[in-house]
Write a protein that binds this ligand. Structure first.
Ligand SMILES: [Fe+2]
Length: 203
């Protein structure tokens, strides 16, 4: 409380009310029902599946940024740009998947420590690796995401959750398949300057 110039009391109404605390309004894993014409079991299954794919997508996104920073060698510039492009696309997927979970009445996993508990993608070393090793790591992560996305898309369709099926097929699967193509072409061992005349002779 402060005194105004004429001596009257003035409540400091402009003071921010910080340091507030209260219980959570929804626990992780708890489902809140929305009028979305989906059965509770369908929504619950989709939330669970999507949190798995969200965790793996967050790790794949971060793997791309790590490799964007740490890549080395003659293909540095190409890979530096490509890895960042894929990072941006994976970031968009992260937001789409997380918001789908919320729209189903679930809670999206969000923080790194929680994501680390859920993801199936092996943890990379903190240090720097050669470009072919970075690429192998990325391709393995993509395959984990794609494998689960196919299974989950089918489960969503069978449960009547067409929205989740569509997201998994037209966004997660298509984006990951295209990134697999662009990334894996960098580890095809074709000659850079001199054509391989030896292999032509053998055919
Ligand atoms: Fe950058």
């Amino acid at each position: 409380m402060t005194k105004s110039r004429d001596g009257g009391a003035l409540v400091d109404r402009a003071r921010p009310l910080d340091h507030q605390q209260a219980h959570e309004i929804q626990a992780y894993g708890q489902l809140t029902r929305l009028p979305n014409a989906l059965s509770e079991s369908a929504a619950r299954q989709s939330v669970e599946n999507l949190n798995q794919i969200l965790s793996d997508t967050m790790v794949l996104r971060d793997l791309y940024k790590k490799h964007h920073w740490q890549v080395a060698g003659p293909t540095f510039y190409q890979l530096h740009l490509l890895f960042d492009k894929h990072f941006e696309e994976q970031s968009e997927l992260v937001d789409t998947i997380a918001e789908r979970i919320q729209s189903l009445g679930g809670i999206s996993v969000a923080m790194g420590a929680d994501v680390a508990e859920v993801t199936l993608i092996p943890r990379p070393p903190k240090g720097r690796e050669e470009a072919p090793v970075q690429i192998s790591r990325l391709l393995h992560a993509h395959e984990i995401v794609l494998k689960e996305a196919h299974t989950m898309a089918r489960q969503a369709a069978e449960a009547g959750d067409d929205g989740t099926n569509d997201l998994l097929v037209s966004e997660v699967i298509r984006t990951n398949e295209k990134q697999v193509w662009f990334t894996s072409e960098h580890v095809v061992a074709v000659p850079l300057v001199r054509a391989d005349r030896e292999s032509a002779r053998n055919t």
